[in-house]
Design a protein around this ligand. Sequence first.
Ligand code: ATP
Ligand code: MG
Ligand code: MG
Length: 297
Amino acid sequence: RSRFTSEFDSIKFLGGGGYGRVYEVREILVNKKYAVKIVRGEEKALREVNALTVLADNNIVRYYNCWMEDTGYMQDSSADSSSSQSSGNSSVEYLYIKIELCDTKTLRHWIDEKNAKTLQDTNRRQESLPIAQQIVSGVEYIHLKKFIHRDLKPANILLRPDGEVKIGDFGLVTVDDVDDKNPMERTNETGTPSYMAPEQLENIYDRKVDIFAFGLIYFELLWKVSSGHERGKVLRDARNQKFPREFPLTFPQEEQIIRSMLCKDPKQRPEASALKAELEKLAHTLNPEKTEHHRNV
Ligand code: ATP
Ligand code: MG
Ligand code: MG
């Protein structure tokens, strides 16, 4: 009998694909809602849990517990042909990871909604900053605990209705176990190409790959694009520190900060802690009277 279907009900598919599936559930005993992520129980999958058990921070999705089952729950809205997850193969086990339920909206949706507006949203700059500050705060913490997230992108950053930002999807997390002098040679498990730092393709890299990805995310938070095609082009250019002509005129301080994060040489990119200070300063400049309580935590 499945622990998942006996202890939880109101199971709703939230998202996922290649690697795992995430469901919104109600835990019957305590009548509370959670998210449960189901992944194939390979050794790799345990890394996600290993990291989550260590990471406890306001800006990281909260982990509760996990268990194994020999079947993967398969009902979802898409009813697609991901037959790799079908049950019946008794040698395959599945890892169920119970985590905090966030809003169904990710940063991807937030950006897409802003971009769908006809005019540039005048609040976009003000609203982007606390989001960026919370991401960098989460990244600083991840790096402090000697992990590298490796898959930072808007779809992996969750939002809560109260505005709190939570970094999720630690499916590609790895240990940052070398000194600054020698970035480690790693296997070629890759993140998402458009957010991936150039050196990640060479398989020799360190925590600075997260800084590069965050640079692109912050750029995307600010800069309105009108189509997927334009987005692709603008992001490709940004990877080479080439921005639309108007970008440095509209967002001069942000442009400097983002440019530094997108340096080809990872050593030139700032650490998360330095970025946090930079963004704090920027918050003061943009919002002199409000900075004392820009975060409700
Ligand atoms: P992918 O392979 O697409 O990167 P994944 O299988 O690694 O996805 P996640 O990125 O962890 O899985 O989650 C997939 C999607 O499910 C997220 O993009 C988000 O929309 C949703 N989701 C994940 N965790 C939560 C959560 N705690 N609360 C609400 N929604 C969530
Ligand atoms: Mg994901
Ligand atoms: Mg993933």
